[in-house]
Design a protein around this ligand. Structure first.
Ligand code: HEM
Length: 148
């Protein structure tokens, strides 16, 4: 059970570090430092893939081995609708963005930079939103309003 409790913190750390690479990656392409942009975006993609594996592993162990449901949000009052609005938008966009991230990456790796730039301008802000709200959801659920 104790090992299981590490997962939310590990997942949040992966999510946050992928977000940091995203921000640096954008900064580098604005300065036309393509090599550094490439390194940051590949790092963000690999870390996001690790996050996905860890997230699914955690979910499967929780439900299949311990029969646990979702973690209850204990905040009351105005923070409840705020939390659930962030959580819903985060969940919907997170499930949608993954194939578009792959497409963006593939276009860049094939050297199709015009096509890459076109889709990247849409995918980037969504990915960054998913990453940032992932951290916010973690902080609200496990740090600010933990289950007593
Ligand atoms: C999924 C990962 C990636 C994302 C989300 C991403 C995001 C972006 C964004 C938002 C821009 C446009 C910046 C602007 O508005 O001017 C851009 C441009 C660019 N990216 Fe990426 N990028 C990714 C991966 C890569 C990779 C792996 C390379 C490999 C070299 C790369 C090379 C470039 C280049 C050369 C441009 C400039 C294109 C131009 O101005 O014609 N990107 N990228």
């Amino acid at each position: 059970m104790e090992l299981l409790q590490i997962f939310p913190h590990l997942n949040a750390a992966l999510n946050a570090s992928s977000g940091v690479f995203l921000i640096f990656g954008f900064y580098f392409i604005l300065k036309t430092q393509v090599h550094k942009h490439r390194m940051c975006m590949i790092s963000a993609s690999v870390i996001s893939a690790l996050f996905l594996i860890s997230y699914v592993t955690h979910h499967v162990i929780r439900t299949s081995y311990f029969g646990l449901g979702t973690t209850k949000f204990t905040g009351e009052g105005i923070v409840r609708p705020i939390y659930f609005t962030i959580l819903t938008s985060h969940t919907i966009l997170a499930t949608m963005v993954a194939p578009f991230v792959i497409l963006t990456l593939v276009r860049a790796l094939k050297g199709r930079f015009d096509a890459h730039k076109k889709i990247a301008r849409l995918v980037y802000p969504v990915w960054l939103y998913v990453s940032a709200t992932g951290v916010i959801v973690y902080l609200m659920l496990y740090q600010f309003y933990p289950t007593r």
